[in-house]
Ligand binder design. Structure first.
Ligand code: IDC
Length: 512
């Protein structure tokens, strides 16, 4: 058998596309599938060893185009010289028995499309069989990964409404330059962002009211933007963490674009005192507004997992907050946090009853819908994004939530998000650097892989949590909120140190 056999599946266009190439040999078989978007792509590679057992391996291939560059990789160490790429095994996948496979991947950037490599070598031996394969669907993991953790001791102390003393003042949006919300078309590809000096001003001052365009969140110039920010912990437990000083630190030191307000419905939350929790949420919206940050109102359903259990409460709550905040440009509504143990059809039905209530008061705000299985796009209950793609919520200007906890959710979840991002407007309204319990191991390698990918795809995110809860997902060490020293790194846990670094890098909001 001479030469390599390659098959390209799918069409490469400037729109997000899926393509694949495969090659196999007596020594090795490779399946290389990609998703692409303007300016970038991700590749998922399966390397199968068809020869004798190896302990340590290198996969070699060449990009067809010199404009393709490896960005962040996972499950291998990547080296690129010109167009030649080498992916070297890592400790946990270096031993490959005969017939065994390893799955690796990376996100990349490109200046000229996403042609697929056609020739691969494993430890220098060309993979040259004729077998070809379709793009490998990511494997769904049916195991729910959340474990119950004890709730922190509720401290129901009410905090008096503080007078906002912003050091980053919100720039009011000039009415004349505010563009009308275009009708979103699900296939539109937003214009790529040009490289230029970062704009000055607050996130809301620069971008104004946001809307969904194609699969992106777009600003007043109809250009895609990525919002990066923090989520509160349960506001019933941690009101001491949301003060003028902490919000100043979030806006000015962390340079956060976004403040997600997590109002639990159960566990001592909204259901126990609707008026007081509605007022508390509105107060936090105002504190974000005064600092030019976007405010995401999270109706934090969790247990029970069926959002319809809280349908009447959701209608009452959103009718009130939407009417009260309709005149603002910075409010985003997240109508259910993490549906679980419930079908997509039930979630969609809930969404189609709550969204009109918001629209009646605030017709053009962005609304985010939680997805099946703890907002995993269904993956944690053995499904995936196709149930949404095939049966989307019947509403405009909406996005879908995806949540991950980096130590629990890795390559197979990243593969689904990378694929789904070409079809669905996604917002990572909550993620942790730790396990799904909110505690335990901080996995910065997996977190980096996630955030690099979200940056490439321009998917917004909010990290759990901007609090001093006694758990490793909390940005601050216990006691910080009472002591009141929020700026800098002195009070931060390892998760907070890393996330602050990622959030405070300059935004690249387009200004024309
Ligand atoms: C966790 C909190 C923890 C609390 C628990 C139950 O960190 O203090 O006891 O909720 O209320 C989610 C949820 C979020 C969880 C978080 C970590 O949206 O409420 O917070 N998590 O478990 N989904 C996946 C993880």
């Amino acid at each position: 058998m001479a030469g390599a056999a390659a098959l390209a599946l799918g069409t490469l266009t400037t729109a997000p596309a899926v393509a694949a190439a495969s090659a196999a040999a007596p020594g090795c078989a490779v399946t290389y599938t990609t998703s692409s978007w303007p300016g970038g792509f991700s590749a998922n590679i399966t390397v199968k060893n068809l020869g004798g057992a190896v302990d340590g391996w290198k996969l070699g291939f060449s990009f067809p185009s010199s404009g393709q560059k490896v960005g962040h990789g996972w499950s291998a160490v990547y080296d690129q010289k010109g167009t030649a790429v080498t992916a070297s095994s890592v400790s946990y996948n270096k031993s490959l028995a005969s017939g065994a496979s390893a799955q690796i991947g990376f996100t990349g950037s490109t200046t000229d499309g996403n042609p697929i490599p056609t020739t691969f070598t494993l430890n220098g031996v060309t993979c040259n069989d004729t077998a070809t394969r379709p793009p490998a669907p990511p494997t769904a993991t049916p195991t729910p990964t959340r474990t119950a953790t004890a709730a922190p001791t509720p401290t129901r102390t009410a905090t008096a409404a503080p007078t906002p003393t912003a050091t980053r003042t919100a720039t009011p949006v000039p009415t004349a330059t505010r563009t009308a919300t275009p009708t979103p078309t699900r296939t539109a590809t937003p214009t790529p962002t040009p490289t230029k000096a970062p704009a000055t001003g607050t996130p809301v001052g620069i971008n104004g009211k946001l809307h969904v365009c194609g699969v992106h969140l777009c600003n007043r110039y109809n250009r895609p933007v990525q919002l990066r920010g923090m989520s509160t912990h349960g506001i019933q437990w941690f009101p001491r963490c949301y003060t003028d000083a902490s919000l100043d630190a979030l806006a000015n030191d962390w340079k956060s674009d976004l403040f997600r307000v997590s109002m639990y419905v159960q566990e001592g939350g909204y259901e126990t005192n609707p008026a007081a929790f509605t007022e508390q949420v509105n107060k936090y919206v105002d504190m974000a507004t005064a600092r030019g940050m976007y405010a995401m109102i999270d109706f934090h359903t969790l247990t029970p997992g069926d959002p319809n259990h809280n349908l009447a409460r959701a209608k009452t709550f959103f009718a009130s907050v939407a009417a009260r905040n309709a005149g603002k440009d910075n409010v985003i509504y997240e109508i259910t946090n993490e549906p679980n143990g419930v079908s997509w059809a039930s979630i969609k039905s809930y969404a189609e009853q709550v969204i009109p209530v918001i629209r009646a008061a605030d017709p053009d705000a962005v609304i985010i819908v939680g997805t099946r299985a703890w907002s995993s796009l269904g993956v944690s209950e053995g499904s995936n994004e196709t149930e949404i793609v095939d049966n989307p919520v019947n509403a405009k200007n909406i996005m879908y939530a995806f949540h991950f906890y980096a130590a629990s959710h890795k390559d197979n979840y990243r593969a689904v998000v990378s694929r789904a991002a070409a079809k669905l407007p996604l917002f990572v309204t909550e993620f942790g650097t730790v396990t799904a319990s909110g505690n335990g191991e901080v996995d910065l390698a997996s977190t980096a892989a996630w955030i690099d990918m979200l940056d490439q795809l321009k998917i917004g995110y909010a990290n759990w949590t901007y609090s001093d809860a006694p758990e490793s997902s909390a940005a601050f060490k216990p006691g910080t909120c009472s002591a009141g020293a929020f700026a800098g790194t002195g009070s931060l846990n390892p998760s907070g140190v890393y996330i602050r670094d990622r959030i405070r890098t300059a935004d690249d909001f387009p200004t024309s």
